[in-house]
Design a protein around this ligand. Structure first.
Ligand SMILES: NC(=O)c1ccc[n+]([C@@H]2O[C@H](COP(=O)([O-])OP(=O)(O)OC[C@H]3O[C@@H](n4cnc5c(N)ncnc54)[C@H](O)[C@@H]3O)[C@@H](O)[C@H]2O)c1
Length: 374
């Protein structure tokens, strides 16, 4: 079950630079704004002058980027569950968003093995509820649903996946993201097909890194948490190769896509935002690089063990981002080494007691400058 990529031949957004005039005073709703990616996105939107409303069930980690960077001070926050249709519809009626970026999810593969039903309820029915609330509201111009590179049926091959390839997923998380894609496509074709309606797109990116991630069972958060606490972290499968990119790379893609969709209905489809091929690196390489950047980073290598052996680890999915490059002018502006430098700098600043709101804002500004100069 693939999703038709949509005809965008000949269409190209002029540059992947973000237009401050477009975003200034724009009403934007971000679901999942208290999470890692949501906090970065909300801060970036605030810096662009948007009126941001967030909708999330709570703050997923302790500590959190949301609290450390005081994200909530520059926006409206609504506490609600995407499984609750009425709460979402009310939030949309209050915020009257022109643009919606959907990131609220149960995002951890391992949790999806222990809580499969909740994972599908949040990731699939949450998407259905949001799309239906947007459909009934009728005023949202652009919606971007953030799924994952894991939405593809992993054929365990070495080629990069393109947007029209079949959805799938071995584990409940990956499958729930594939389902979220299929739901998005069905709503787009059934209810949002006309030029005047909401323009609905989905965005697929993988493994992101950056300051302020405290999720469990992710390599860099585990290492940084341990470094801050002065202990060694457990690292498994150092040979396993994964694609890595700084969180600002895909977020730039989501914003560029939303901005482009505003004027070009042809962009309403699925988009990959993956890192360069050379930024797929073994876990062990990442660990060594982090240790070189911050000697506090220490680790102990461990076998996965029988407890984890049922957790299927697939060959990593490589995304082909040619469409985003040619039609949106998007490319990852910070390659992996720069992304790792900035990530470690963030945790070192926290360790040194710096103001993390100012530090995070400066990283966003520095990232935006690369685009302005390119
Ligand atoms: N971080 C990654 O490497 C990565 C990779 C691929 C895709 N993604 C996707 O990006 C999105 C954001 O991921 P993240 O890493 O920031 O996750 P996160 O756990 O840091 O944040 C998740 C957000 O969703 C909210 N949320 C969870 N359940 C909810 C519910 N029932 N109702 C309302 N809000 C709810 C949380 O409160 C939080 O704001 C997710 O859709 C995730 O699947 C993340």
């Amino acid at each position: 079950m693939g999703i038709r990529p949509g005809a965008v031949a000949g269409v190209a957004v002029s540059r992947a630079t973000l237009d401050a005039d477009f975003w200034c005073a724009r009403r934007v709703m971000v679901t999942g704004h208290t999470g890692f990616k949501g906090s970065w996105l909300a801060l970036w939107l605030q810096a662009l002058g948007a009126h941001v409303t967030g909708f999330s069930v709570g703050i997923p980690t302790q500590p959190s980027l949301f609290e450390l960077a005081r994200v909530g001070e520059g926006m409206e926050s609504i506490v609600g569950d995407v499984r609750d249709y009425r709460a979402l519809a009310d939030a949309i009626a209050i915020a009257r968003p022109e643009v919606v970026v959907h990131m609220a999810a149960q995002p951890i593969v391992r949790t999806s093995f222990t809580e499969p039903r909740a994972t599908y309820e949040v990731n699939v029915m949450g998407t259905v509820n949001l799309l239906d609330a947007v459909r009934r509201d009728g005023e949202v111009r652009v919606l971007v649903n953030v799924t994952s590179d894991k939405c593809y049926e992993n054929r365990e091959w070495e080629w990069a996946y393109r947007e029209h390839e079949p959805m799938g997923g071995h584990d409940p998380y990956s499958s729930s993201k594939g389902c979220s894609e299929l739901v998005t496509d069905a709503f787009r074709r059934s209810f949002f097909a006309g030029d005047d309606g909401t323009r609905v797109a989905s965005a697929r990116a993988g493994n992101v890194i950056g300051g302020g991630d405290w999720a469990c069972d992710r390599l860099i958060p585990d290492l940084m948490r341990a470094a801050l606490e002065g202990r060694a972290a457990v690292v498994r499968s150092p040979q396993s190769i994964r694609p890595w990119q700084h969180v600002l790379n895909p977020l730039c893609g989501y914003l560029t896509l939303a901005q482009g969709l505003w004027s070009l209905a042809e962009l309403a489809s699925a988009w990959n935002f993956g890192p360069a091929d050379e930024d797929a690196r073994p876990v062990g390489w990442i660990v060594e690089r982090l240790q070189a950047l911050w000697p506090r980073v220490r680790c102990i290598e461990e076998d996965p063990g029988p407890e984890r052996s049922h957790v299927h680890e697939a060959r990593y999915l490589k995304l082909d981002s040619s469409r985003a490059r040619s039609h949106l002018g998007w490319r990852p502006r910070w390659e992996l080494c720069r992304g790792l430098d900035e990530t470690v700098a963030w945790y070192r600043a926290l360790h040194a007691g710096e103001d993390m709101a100012a530090f995070t804002a400066a990283q966003i500004e520095s990232y935006a400058q690369v685009g302005a100069l390119a």
